[in-house]
Design a protein around this ligand. Structure first.
Ligand SMILES: Cc1n[nH]c(N)c1-c1cccs1
Length: 325
C-alpha cells in the first residue's frame, strides 16, 4: 500500500506539498486517499487515476483530460473543487476538497431511506450544481449516489457533485464545423440546437430522478427482481416500481417530481430548470438552509450589484430563488 514503498512512485512535487495517507474511497478509475497539505496541515483528498485501468489508452487519456479540464473550469459551491493536479507516466493525481461525510451512497444505505426534508435539501443542491453545469454547456452523464459527496456526518450539510470523467463539454466549435459542411443531409434538430443543448442535457435530469427515488425510498427504481424484464428493458419502458411500504410516508409532491423526471421521452421529461420551479422545492425554510450552506458568508460576501434604480427584472427574481447568483 502507499505507506510502504509506493510513496516513491508519487511525483516528487506532490510529495513536497502533501503527505498521502489512508485510502478513503475506490472507484473504477483508481482510488482516493486522505492527504495533508504540509504547509497548512489542511486535510484534502487525492484521487489517483491509473491510466492503465481504462480499456484503451485513447479513452483513458481523453476521459481523464476531459475530467481535469472540466474540474478546472467549474466554480460552484455544490461542485467539487480541484486544488492541484500532477501526473506521472502511468497515473494522474488530482488534489480535491475533502468531504468528511463521504459518499451519499453510504449515507442512504446506513439510514435505509432519508427523511423527506433531508432528501429535499440534498436534491435542491444537486439541482443547483447540475443547473450550473448545464448553463456552462456541460453534461455530467454519470450522476449516481457514489458521485455525490457530503461535507459532514450531519443530516443538514452541504453536498458536492464529483466524478466528471464521463462528462462531455458540448463543443459549440464542433457544431459550427458541422454547420459549415453540406447542410442537405443534416437533421432539423442540428440547426435548432436540440442535438447539443436540448436533448443531451435531459440525461442528467433522468439520473437526478433516479437519485431522488433512491434518497426517498432507499432502493433503486429499476431492478431485476421487480419484473421479468431486464433492468435495461425496465428503463427503456420507464417501468419503475414504488413499493407501498417504502413510499407510504413520502408526500405526493415529492412523488410528482420523481414521476416527471423518470419520463422516457427526453423532450417530455421535466428539465432541471423546471424541477427547480416545482412546488415541492418552493420550501422557504429548506431554501434558506441551503443558501446558508452554499453561501456561508451570506449576502455581503457577494460583489455588490451595480447601483441602478431600474426595477429588478422578473427573471432576475426567479433566478435568485434557485440559489443562483
Ligand atoms: C474526492 C473526495 N473528496 N472527499 C471525499 N470523501 C472524496 C471521495 C471521493 C470518492 C471516494 S471518497
Amino acid at each position: 500500500n502507499l505507506m510502504s514503498d509506493d510513496q516513491s512512485s508519487l511525483p516528487t512535487a506532490l510529495q513536497d506539498k502533501y503527505v498521502l495517507t489512508r485510502r478513503i474511497g475506490t472507484g473504477v478509475c483508481g482510488e482516493v486517499r486522505l492527504a495533508f497539505e504540509r504547509s497548512t496541515c489542511r486535510k484534502l483528498a487525492v484521487k489517483i487515476i491509473n491510466k492503465k485501468n481504462f480499456q484503451s489508452e485513447g479513452t483513458a487519456t481523453r476521459n481523464a483530460e476531459t475530467e481535469i479540464q472540466i474540474l478546472q473550469r467549474v466554480d460552484h459551491p455544490c461542485l467539487i473543487k480541484t486544488e492541484d493536479f500532477y501526473q506521472t507516466e502511468d497515473s494522474y493525481y488530482i488534489v480535491l476538497e475533502l468531504m468528511e461525510g463521504g459518499e451519499l451512497f453510504h449515507r442512504v444505505k446506513s439510514q435505509q431511506q432519508l427523511n423527506e426534508g433531508v432528501a429535499k435539501l440534498y436534491f435542491y443542491q444537486m439541482l443547483c450544481a447540475v443547473q450550473y453545469l448545464h448553463r456552462n454547456g456541460i453534461i455530467h452523464r454519470d450522476l449516481k449516489p457514489e458521485n455525490i459527496l457530503l461535507s459532514s456526518n450531519e443530516d443538514t450539510c452541504l453536498i458536492k457533485v464529483t466524478d466528471f470523467n464521463q462528462s462531455r463539454i458540448l463543443e459549440e466549435a464542433a457544431l459550427m464545423r458541422t454547420l459549415c459542411g453540406t447542410p442537405s443531409y443534416l437533421a432539423p434538430e442540428v440547426f435548432t440546437h436540440a442535438s447539443t443543448t436540448g436533448y443531451g442535457l435531459a440525461v442528467d435530469a433522468w439520473s437526478l430522478g433516479v437519485l431522488l427515488f433512491v434518497c426517498l425510498s432507499g432502493y433503486a427504481p429499476f431492478h431485476e427482481s421487480f419484473s421479468e424484464n431486464s433492468v435495461k428493458e425496465q428503463i427503456i419502458r420507464g417501468e419503475f416500481t414504488m413499493v407501498p411500504s417504502k413510499w407510504r410516508r413520502v408526500s405526493n409532491q415529492a412523488k410528482d417530481v420523481v414521476r416527471k423526471l423518470l419520463v422516457v421521452d427526453p423532450t417530455q421529461r421535466m428539465s432541471v430548470d423546471e424541477a427547480l420551479q416545482h412546488p415541492w422545492l418552493q420550501d422557504q425554510q429548506m431554501l434558506q438552509t441551503a443558501r446558508s450552506l452554499m453561501y456561508p458568508e451570506g449576502e455581503d460576501a457577494l460583489p455588490a450589484a451595480a447601483p441602478s434604480d431600474a426595477p429588478v427584472a422578473a427573471s432576475m427574481e426567479v433566478e435568485s430563488s434557485t440559489g443562483e447568483r
